[in-house]
Structure formats: structure tokens, C-alpha cells
Design a protein around this ligand. Sequence first.
Ligand code: ADP
Ligand code: MG
Length: 699
Amino acid sequence: MTQQDANQITLETPVQFIKGVGPSRAKSFAELGVETVGDMLEYYPRDWVFLPEPVKIVDAGPNQSVCLVGIVEQTDWQPYRKVPIFEITLADETGYIRAVWFHGRYLVNQLEPGQALLVHGKVTKYKHQLQLSNPKFIVLQEDQPRGPEAFSGPVYPASAKLASWQIKKIMRSHIDEFAALMPELYDGAFLKKNELMPRQEAYRQIHDPVDEDTLTEAKRRLKYDELFLMQTGLALKRYHVQHGAPAVVMRSNDKIDSRIRKRFPFMLTEDQEQVIAEVVADMGKEIPMNRLLQGDVGSGKTVVALYAALVAVANKCQAAIMAPTEILARQHFQSIERFLKGSRVRRELIVGGLTGKKRTAVLERIQNGEVDIIVGTIALIQEDIDFANLGLVVIDEQHKFGVHQRASLRKGRSPHCLVMTATPIPRTLAMTAFGDLDVSTIKHSPPGRGEVITRWVQPPNRNDAMEFIRQRLRAKKQAYFVYPRIDSENNVDSEKTDIKAAVDEYHILNEKVFPEFKVALLHGQMTSDEKKETMADFRAGKIDVLVSTVVIEVGVDVPNATIMVIENANRFGLAQLHQLRGRIGRGQSKSYCLLFAETEDETAISRLDIMTRSRDGFEIAEHDLKLRGPGELFSARQHGLPDLKIANIVEDFDLLNLARRDAFSIIDGDPTLKQSEHSTLRQEVIARFGDKLGLVDVG
Ligand code: ADP
Ligand code: MG
């Protein structure tokens, strides 16, 4: 490459034009998601190895930690020893040494005579001979370099076409040149305050660290940048939403407050009071409210929504309450009707069944300001309603979120906006995926809900558990039995043939286990009339044991059902277990959730363990996040959770907090990042998170 070419390299240069890559390797890089020099800089190693320099076998002494390179002379799997071992003899031109791996069965197909091998571990003496026990090892490919520096350093996520050492070789020869392309984002004072390593140095060190401490510093710097850029994006978005068209300033006073409270036949809970205070304060501002209200099903969110709607109505504005499905919209409408009986507040329900002239008439009245509270599905309300004076929008998203729904609803107006969700959102996610919203939380449900005891029941204790259930049934309590599948024949996945099928199990429970009780079956393939009838019988106490698939997730409320058995509980995710368990503990008396499971899977055991310890949806969601990772929990992309390459919002929570504070304070001082010292920052935020956060039109 000429000097001229080298000068032209930028972060956007395709990797194909990099020395040592070329068209064919560029394809392999593309398969790994690496298209440009910039991508390459952020193709982070998945691990780093710090090995001592290899020594000759003759120089390896007892109790030393050594690195040896040699040829595998013999291998031997010895399964019949008390502790089975896999043993090899390694040779170089100076001698031989034995290496053993306890329980090394997995090595039978990996190591064979003739291979070149690098081993790293501690030398011990066994029966007067030196050996290595459980050393780490790398099988060396033929063309792989053997020099001492070849083994230390980064380990890259590789593919069949592109090995880690090949990526490392290319990276090493260019890293200084590439890293020099990265502009610094902060001034010296900022770096010092946050103890951040310079950016270019961080990119160099992450790919070619001098030692472990420097590597730690480099990681911290790059994680901070990623979190900071994301939070700056969220802060920009928030500013943008807040400073579009202003909202109506809504006032409340003691008179309005006491008039609203009279509508509720109970005292508000402390949490409801708190949240209502937050909502009313927001509505009193010209900046549109943009608040997320989270609380388990039944925690009393609808009451908060209605309170807010009535404040809007008292301020001569309309309020729209939107639910994701028609059933939920009807439910909201019915409970609002109950509270507003005899009130002069005019309300309408907009659902699919409303058609023709009737519909036209209702839409006209809304347009003329003759309706105060409008309840309907999100789709219908967004589609075609013209409001006279929409002052508040409440969106009940139940179990799913839609960032886009929130965005498109605004249609140029700026109503106050309250989003409600029954899925507890861990703090970490609230600060990222929903980082542009204010968050209110209802932690404790209204009183009158009984204790729920949760136990993991292993196979030897099944019979005792059944006996216990029998006693509860005799005491006229009712039970749910939940299964992961409908029937064993549709079992496509042969690995899961041990899954108990609800249909089969229904017959066993009905005929053999509980012949003296009335057992019924409920599953998703029954007609909706059959389902309704079965549920009605269960509610009326005509059924003692309801065997079902997970369809009973749909909001059923049977206070006398105090037992829930979840069969193969290890197959369910935490969120689902928590939701299922929410069906019991609805009355005053004690309830029992029995998780039947036989498993040695560690993650499954952790889930069962958390379930037995906690009934707190937030705690459970936090654990879920840790066990599964944020992406999976919320199917990241769809919900606007930005991709992170190096930071982890759970593990790096403290850094996230720091970055968030810094980002929001920068946007405070320069809301659209138009100051010249922020131009690099602005460019990077838009490039990285602009699409995802809808920032293209900012500033
Ligand atoms: P969510 O919308 O969070 O699922 P709801 O607002 O529908 O919960 O409330 C669940 C049930 O609890 C309803 O029957 C409601 O009337 C009742 N409820 C709400 N708040 C209280 C309270 N402070 N005291 C007693 N019952 C309440
Ligand atoms: Mg509700």
C-alpha cells in the first residue's frame, strides 16, 4: 500500500481495502457483521489470555505455572478409575511430560496423537514424575504462528472461515492506525473527573492489552462511551418530546380532589396516593406528561388512570383510555362505569362492534366536544378519531410495549401521556429501553390478598403433595393444575417427550388420583363457548380441580382457588411462572403454589429458587433479566432497546448511572447539541442510536 492509500483510510473504509484482508476475507468478515474499519475497531474480543512465555519441557520444574508447546505422542481415556481421567503424553525436542484431565471424557474427540498443542497450567509431582493436571490448552493449526506472543492477548468470536488468531493478526498490524481515527468525545477535565482513559488508547488496549489492569481500564472507558451515547440519545429524545407543542396546564384543588375521591368506595393505597401526586404534578405543567406507570395486575392502576382522566375533565379537556385488546377495553369501560354511576361525566366505548350510523354519531360527538372520556382499543382510537380537545391519553399496554404506538399517537397535538404496564420493568431497563420516560411504580396491591406459599416439589415428594392437595380439596378449596402442552401426540420436539400432556394427565387425575372430586379440562383448542362454560362452573364451585394448559393466564379471578400445581415448572420462564401464580392468593385465605419439577439444569433451578423466595414482581423481573439477558426479555429491537456491544446494563449498572447523569446534564446545558464542542458527540449519537430512538429530526 502506498502512503497515499494509507492516508485515505477512514472509519468508513470497507475492510476489503485493508492490507491482509482482500475480497474473500472481507466476505468472511461481513458474515461476522464487520463491514468497515469502524466495525472492526468495535469487533471486541470475547476473552483475553495472559500466558507466560512458553518454555522447553526440560525446563519445567515442579510448582511452576508454565506454558509448553509440543506434539501429542499418545492419548489414553481411562474410564474405569475411581476418578476417570484422560491422559496424554506431550513431547518436544527436549523431553516428555504427562498431562491429565479429570473427568476428561469430552477430550476423547478433541485430542489425538500428532497434534501440535499448547498447554498452560501448573506442574505437579505425581509418583516421582512431573505432570500437568487439568491444564488449559489450544490445539495449534498448521499455519498458526508459534511465537510466544501468538498465544497471549485477545480471543475473538470466530467462524469456521476466520479463526481468532487470524483476526488477531490483522488487528494487531493495524490497530495503531485504526485507533488513531477515533475522535475523542470529552475534554481533559471530563476524562479526569470520571477517571476515563483516552479513547484511542482504549481501542488500542482492548485489542492488544499490555496487562490486565490496563485492559480493565480500556473496557471501562468503552463501556462508558456506549452507555453515555445511548443516554445522550434518550436525553435528546426526551427534550424533543417535551419541547414540541405544549400541553394544556391542568389545575387541581381540594374541591376537585375530594369530588374525585368520592367516586371510589375505598381508601386509596399509599402507592396510589404517591403515583396520583406525581401524575397531577405532571399535568399541571406546560411540558406534556410522559410517564410510565407500572404495577402488577390488580395493583390498582385503573383507579389512577380514572383519577387522571377526571382531572382532565375538570379542566374541560377530553381523556382517552386505550387498551391493547377489545376485551380489555370493555373491562376498563365496565369498571369506569361502576365508579362513575350517576355522574355527569359523558363517556363512550369505541370497539369494533360499533358500526354504521351509531359510530358516525359517536365520532361526531367526540369531535364536537360532547364526550369527556373515550375508552377503546389503541388501534381504533389512533385510527380515525378527531378530538375536540384531547388533554390526556392513557395507554394500557398490559404485557407488551409499543414504543411506536406512543410516538405516532401524538399526531401533532400534545396531550399529557400516561403509559401503564403490568409487566414489572427492572430498574435497569426502565433507564434504557424506557429511559426517556418518567417512571411511577405501584409496588403493593390493595389489601385483602392472602399469603401465597410456594414450594418446589421433587419427584420423591409428589405423593405427599397430592395428599396435601386432597386435604385442601376436602376443605372445599379449589385447585389449578397447569401443564406446558395440550397432548403428547403433537409433540414435535422428541427431547421433550417427558412433558406431561394436559389431556393425558386430566384422565389420570380424574380417574385415578382424585376420583372423589370433580375434575375438568380447559385448553386453547376448545371453543370459546366451552371455555366460558368451564370457567363459569369453576367460578361457581362446581369444579374442584381445573386441569389446563397456560390458557388460564387470561384474567380469571376465583378467590376460592387457593392451590396451583405447575407441572414441569422448569420448562416455564420466570415471567410466566409469576403470572400464573398471580391467579391464586386472590382471597383472604392462604394459597399454595406447588412447582413440580425434576431438573439439574442450573438456570432452571435458579428460577425455581427465586419463585419460592419471592412474590415481588420487580425482584423476579430483575432476576429474569440477569438469567436471560436484556435482549431476550424484551425482544430488544422491537421495543427500541438499543444494541450494546460491550456494556451490559445489568453488570455495569453503576457505570450506567454515571453515564446517565452525565448525559442528561450535558443535554440540560446544550439541549440540541449545537455547540461546536459537541459536534462529534452529536454525530455519533445520531449515527448509533438515531434510527432506534427516532432522532433523525432532532434539532
Ligand atoms: P389494575 O388496573 O392495576 O390491574 P385495578 O385498578 O383494576 O388494577 O384494581 C384491581 C381491583 O382492586 C379492582 O377491583 C379495584 O376496584 C380494586 N382496587 C383498586 N384500588 C383499591 C384500593 N385502594 N382499595 C381497595 N380496592 C382497590
Ligand atoms: Mg387492569
